[in-house]
Ligand binder design. Structure first.
Ligand code: GLN
Length: 491
C-alpha cells in the first residue's frame, strides 16, 4: 500500500504518519517502503544522501511492526522514516561528515540524539550530505558531491545541513536531524522551504555529534511543519550526563502550546535585520509575514540589536579557533584516513593535506592564527567580548518583547557555483542566523513565501533561552494561517 486516501505515504508529515500508525491504518513497513520508492525515483536528481540504508530501514520498520503488535501501542516516532545528518554518529553505519578524512569511519557508538530516536522506534533511511565538517552554507563544500535544491536543481540547497533540508523538501524522508553552529539548520530550511529548528544551546546533548565549534554547535530538526518539529524535539531534547553542556532542566511537551496562538504576543522586529542590499523579494515576503502575524493578534515592536554588524567577524574568529582545536584529532593515527609518510611527522602532514578539503584547511589556518601567542588577545579574546555584547543586545530586546521575527537569510537559494570563488560572500549567507548561536538562543525558520522564480523564502523566529514553546506557538499560528508549507517542489 503506497497511499492513504489518495495521499502518497511519503508525503505524510510525522504527526500524520504517527497517528495513522497508532490507529493501525497504515503500517511502518508501508510508510518506509513508500519513502524508499520515493528515494529511488528522485535521489539521482537531488543527491541528498551520502549513505542510504534501505535494507536496514526495512529491518527497522519490521521491528517497529513487531513492537506495535507486542507492546500494543505506538511511541510517537515508531516506524517513522527519518534521515540523519552525516555528522551524527550512528553505530555500525558510516559517518563521514562529508569529509574524505572520515570516508571510512564507522562509529563504534551512537550519538545521544539518535539513541533517543532509536528508543522511540524510528526508521533510519540514510545519512545526509553536508558541507565538510559542517563548514559552509551551500553543501558545495562536501568532499563527495553537490546536493541540489529540490525547488530548482541548478540552485544550492543551503548548508551545512543541505542534505537533510533537501531530503525533507523532496519527501525522501518524513523529517531529518541537522546541526546548527551558525545557521546550518535554519538557512538550508529557509532555502528548501521546510521548517528548521535550532533549540537553545544545551537542550540537545552533543554527545556523538562530531565537533566543529563546541560552544556553538547544537542539534535540531528539519521537518515539513511546526508540529513535527515539536514532536521530534520532544524525543531528542533532555539532559545527558555524557555532555557537560547539556542542561539538566525538565523538558516540556513542546506540542502542548501549539494551539495557543499569538494574540497579544509582542514581537520584536530588529531594525538591523532589514539592511541595504537585502533581496527585495525576501524583504517583501518577510514584511508580509509580519503583517499576517499582526492580523493574528501579535504586536510588532521595532527593537535594536546594535552589535549585529560584528557578529560575522566574531563568529569567524571563535568558530575557526574552536575548529582548529577540535580538528587536531584527525592525525591518521586514531581513526579515519591515513596517508603513508617517511616518518611520523610526514604521515601527519600528508594525512591532513590529503584528507581535508580547502574550506576546512582555510578554517584550521585562520583558527590556529587567531589562537597563536601574541594574537590571542587581539582576536580570540576580543571576539569573546563581542560575543558578550551580542548576547546582551538580545537580553535587552527581550525585556521589551516575547520573541523576535526576522528574515532567515538575505537572499533566496543562489545558483550552484555562484559563490564558491568568494568565501566572504558565502559567509554573509548567515548574517541573520549567526548572532543567535553566539547568544545560545533557540530559533526556527519556516517558509513565508516564494520569489518570482519560485524558490522559497524563510522567516525566522528567535526566542528567549529555553523558551522554545513561544517560538513554536507563534510559528504554528502563522503556518496554519498560510499554505506555504503545503507546497511541494515538482520533481
Ligand atoms: N555557514 C556557517 C559556517 O560556515 C555555519 C555553519 C554551521 O552552522 N554549521 O560556519
Amino acid at each position: 500500500m503506497g497511499t492513504y486516501e489518495n495521499v502518497e505515504l511519503y508525503e505524510l508529515t510525522v504527526s500524520e504518519a504517527s497517528a495513522l500508525i497508532a490507529r493501525r491504518e497504515v503500517s511502518p513497513l508501508d510508510v518506509t517502503k513508500a519513502v524508499l520508492r520515493r528515494i529511488e525515483a528522485v535521489e539521482s536528481k537531488v543527491r541528498a544522501f551520502v549513505t542510504l540504508a534501505p535494507d536496514r530501514a526495512i529491518a527497522m520498520a519490521g521491528s517497529a511492526e513487531k513492537e506495535l503488535r507486542t507492546a500494543g501501542r505506538a511511541g510517537s516516532l515508531l516506524g517513522i522514516p527519518l534521515a540523519i545528518k552525516d555528522n551524527l554518529c550512528t553505530r555500525g553505519i558510516l559517518t563521514t561528515c562529508a569529509s574524505k578524512m572520515l570516508s571510512n569511519f564507522v562509529p563504534p557508538y551512537e550519538s545521544t540524539a539518535t539513541s533517543r530516536l532509536l528508543e522511540s522506534g524510528y526508521v533510519l533511511v540514510g545519512k545526509t550530505n553536508m558541507d565538510e565538517f559542517a563548514m559552509g552554507s551551500s553543501t558545495e563544500n562536501s568532499g563527495f558531491h553537490v546536493t541540489r535544491n529540490p525547488w530548482n536543481l541548478d540552485r544550492i540547497p543551503g548548508g551545512s545541513s543541505g542534505g537533510s533540508a533537501a531530503a525533507v523538501a523532496a519527501d525522501e524522508c518524513l523529517a531529518a536531524l541537522g546541526s546548527d553552529t551558525g545557521g546550518s539548520i535554519r538557512q538550508p530550511a529557509a532555502l528548501c522551504g521546510v521548517v528548521g529548528m535550532k533549540p537553545t544551546y544545551g537542550r540537545v546533548s552533543r554527545y556523538g555529534l562530531v565537533a566543529f565549534a563546541s560552544s556553538l554547535d547544537q542539534i535540531g530538526t528539519l521537518t515539513k511543519c511546526v508540529r513535527d518539529a515539536a514532536m521530534v524535539l520532544n524525543v531528542i531534547c533532555g539532559h545527558d550526563p555524557k555532555d557537560s553542556t547539556s542542561v539538566p532542566s525538565v523538558v516540556p511537551d513542546f506540542t502542548r502550546a501549539l494551539g495557543d496562538g499569538v494574540k497579544g504576543a509582542r514581537i520584536g522586529i530588529p531594525k538591523e535585520y532589514f539592511v541595504e542590499g537585502m533581496d527585495k523579494e525576501v524583504e517583501g515576503a518577510v514584511r508580509g509575514a509580519i503583517g499576517r502575524l499582526e492580523e493574528l493578534g501579535a504586536r510588532p515592536i521595532e527593537v535594536s540589536l546594535p552589535h549585529t554588524e560584528y557578529a560575522i567577524a566574531a563568529y569567524y574568529i571563535l568558530a575557526t579557533s574552536e575548529a582548529s582545536s577540535n580538528l587536531a584529532r584527525y592525525d591518521g593515527v586514531k581513526y579515519g584516513r591515513r596517508s603513508e609518510g617517511r616518518d611520523l611527522m610526514d604521515m601527519y602532514l600528508k594525512t591532513r593535506a590529503d584528507g581535508f578539503g580547502p574550506e576546512v584547511k582555510r578554517r584550521i589556518m585562520l583558527g590556529t592564527y587567531a589562537l597563536s601567542s601574541g594574537y590571542y588577545e587581539a582576536y580570540y579574546k576580543k571576539a569573546q567580548q563581542v560575543r558578550t555584547l551580542i548576547k546582551n543586545d538580545f537580553e535587552r530586546a527581550f525585556t521589551q518583547v516575547d520573541l523576535l521575527v526576522t528574515p532567515t537569510t538575505p537572499t533566496a537559494a543562489f545558483r550552484i557555483g555562484e559563490k564558491t570563488a568568494d568565501p566572504l560572500q558565502m559567509y554573509l549567507s548567515d548574517i541573520f542566523t549567526i548572532s543567535v548561536n553566539l547568544a545560545g538562543l533557540p530559533a526556527l525558520s519556516l517558509p513565508c513565501g516564494f520569489t518570482s522564480d519560485n524558490v522559497p523564502v524563510g522567516l525566522q523566529f528567535i526566542g528567549k533561552h529555553f523558551d522554545e514553546q513561544t517560538i513554536l506557538r507563534a510559528a504554528h499560528a502563522y503556518e496554519q494561517s498560510t499554505d506555504w508549507h503545503r507546497r511541494r517542489p515538482a520533481l
